[in-house]
Design a binder for this molecule. Structure first.
Ligand SMILES: O=c1ccn([C@H]2C[C@H](O)[C@@H](COP(=O)(O)O)O2)c(=O)[nH]1
Ligand SMILES: [Zn+2]
Length: 175
């Protein structure tokens, strides 16, 4: 007998991004991203973290002094979207969609555009980063890359993803 109780494709891909995010060591924000080809095949997954070989336990990397690049976490962390692109196992990415747990920053947007990704689906948007988000939005619009919230695209998927995020948050201690 056929089982019709499936999740949407959007739920599956945002779910993969959320699971990837659960691997992030960033105590401030755990992000994930999942890149999907036009044929619904996953090409790459990533989360925010330090580059390979940089010790997660080295507190130097997690400092917050933005006035000194040597002591700023922003010099070191590879963003989830960048990692998803760098981790891709199938190329090219032209025409792909990236599912991101957070509205991508301008740096990530640059990479997204340059590899030919044509659509961004995001889960959360930080309202206090209005100007940063506007910079991302301008580049995406000029480059003809669509961006939409999962909430607007598929409300049931957004609700399911929020529940999954909550479940992951409360159940991730070295499992
Ligand atoms: O597009 C983005 C933006 C940010 N991140 C990561 C980078 C950090 O690990 C956290 C928090 O970012 P802040 O800039 O320190 O607020 O989120 C990402 O993965 N993708
Ligand atoms: Zn970014």
């Amino acid at each position: 007998m056929k089982n019709d109780s499936l999740i949407h494709w959007h739920s599956m891909f945002m779910g993969v991004a959320l699971l990837a995010a659960a691997r992030s060591k960033d105590a401030r924000k755990r992000n994930g991203a999942c890149i999907v080809g036009p044929d619904n095949k996953i090409s790459g997954v990533g989360y925010n973290g330090l580059p390979r070989g940089c010790d997660d336990h080295d507190e130097h990397y997690w400092q917050d002094d933005d006035s000194d690049p040597l002591n700023s976490r922003h010099s070191y962390i590879v963003h989830a979207e960048q990692n998803a692109i760098l981790n891709c196992t199938s190329l090219p990415l032209h025409g792909s969609t990236i599912y991101a747990t957070q509205y991508p920053c301008p740096r990530c947007v640059q990479s997204i555009i340059q590899v030919g990704i044509k659509r961004v689906v995001y889960l959360d948007k930080k309202a206090h980063q209005e100007r940063v988000n506007a910079a991302s939005e301008k580049m995406l619009a000029d480059a003809g890359v669509e961006i939409e919230s999962l909430q607007a695209l598929q409300p049931e998927s957004a609700e399911w993803s929020a529940e999954l995020a909550q479940f992951i948050e409360t159940s991730t201690t070295n499992r």
